[in-house]
Design a protein around this ligand. Structure first.
Ligand SMILES: *Cc1c(COP(=O)(O)O)cnc(C)c1O
Length: 349
């Protein structure tokens, strides 16, 4: 299927003339900045934050480029993946007209953001093996279906999506396919960033919130064609990534070895937690996970959830999600936290 970006982007976005910030217009070296009505005297803090940050986060992107093996022109940074999702709806979906496809059970923000943007959401459930139903997805799509969200590894089920199914969808889906790889660093699967030059309709989302341990800095990543990235840059708020986040992330990216060590610890802990949970009588099933959490089917999910809350342990009750009846989603914690969880569960009658 021929993919034409110009045909699928909203007309008002195509015609939009973006806000040009003072720092956008002047790109050279200067020492006197009297252009942005900042406070030239500084901040009431040990460090100064009185200047507006780089709207394009060039230093951070350049460091990410080395780690992710993606060119800077194919990279967008959002204020969390939440912002990337919202911008994708706003760029491609005309409110009250266009639609998007999600495959439940999956991440809740795709639905919330569709609701905010008045986008008609089509739900094509995962198969019994928690895989995308490619035929049903293609059958459900039309020229009004602008976006398809696939989450791999999927939240809350934890498993990788089959890479052949994802490529079939990239070849045949008429709109943009967003592959959410929030948990890819925990998985053996290759990132689809490797296929960016093959598929002009591909957006790969990643985040620094999970494996990188920087959830509170709010840094979501999108990788796509330069044309799609230009649209994101046009529509985003000018200074969507604050200076503190840019600086701290740049520092964190220098500690990749430590991050990889922690990923290994979490994966070992996941397998240990899995084995310990299986010894508990009321645990009926644990789904295979390629992420840093386990989806656990238990006898009475609501009662068990409440019991854990009473013991100050919070897990995620997913038992009302389709195909997740009786399921709790448990994030892998520190070794101590995992022991605490297991000991508390063993005392449950
Ligand atoms: C946690 C998570 C994210 C990350 O969201 P941020 O806004 O970047 O913190 C994205 N997608 C999925 C499926 C997630 O579970």
């Amino acid at each position: 299927m021929e993919f034409n970006l110009q045909k699928i982007v909203r007309k008002n976005i195509k015609e939009l003339k973006p806000y040009s910030s003072a720092r956008h217009e002047y790109d050279g070296k200067a020492s006197v900045f009297l252009d942005a009505n900042e406070n030239s005297l500084g901040s009431p803090l040990p460090e100064n934050f009185n200047r507006y940050p780089d709207p394009l986060q060039r230093k951070l992107k350049s460091a990410l480029s080395g780690i992710k093996k993606v060119s800077v022109e194919n990279m967008f940074i959002g204020n969390g993946s939440d912002e990337v999702i919202d911008l994708a709806y706003r760029i491609f979906c005309n409110p009250a007209q266009d639609s998007a496809i999600i495959c439940p059970p999956t991440y809740g923000m795709y639905q919330v953001s569709a609701g905010i943007n008045d986008v008609n959401l089509i739900r094509v459930p995962l198969t019994g093996k928690f895989q995308p139903d490619t035929n049903a997805i293609l059958k459900a799509s039309s020229n009004l279906t602008k976006l398809l969200f696939i989450c791999s590894p999927n939240n809350p089920t934890g498993n990788n999506m089959d890479s052949r199914s994802m490529e079939t969808l990239l070849q045949k889906f008429p709109g943009v396919v967003i592959i959410d790889e929030a948990y890819i660093d925990f998985s053996d699967q290759e990132s689809l960033t490797e296929k960016l030059s093959v598929y002009p309709n591909l957006i790969v989302m990643q985040t620094l919130s999970k494996a990188w341990g920087l959830a509170s800095l709010r840094l979501g990543l999108a990788f796509a064609s330069a044309g799609i990235i230009d649209l994101f840059n046009k529509v985003k708020p000018p200074y969507n990534i604050n200076q503190a986040s840019q600086e701290l992330a740049l520092k964190a990216l220098k500690n990749m070895k430590e991050v990889n060590n922690r990923i290994q610890i979490l994966l070992n802990q996941r397998d240990h937690l899995n084995a310990e949970l299986l010894k508990i009588g009321f645990v009926e099933k644990i789904f295979e996970s390629d992420a840093n959490f386990l989806l656990v089917k238990v006898k009475d999910a609501d009662a068990l959830y409440t019991y854990l809350v009473q013991h100050k342990i919070i897990v995620r009750n997913r038992s009302r999600e389709p195909m997740c009846e009786g399921c709790l989603r448990v994030t892998v914690g520190t070794p101590d936290e995992n022991v605490q969880l297991i000991n508390t569960l063993k005392l449950y009658q």
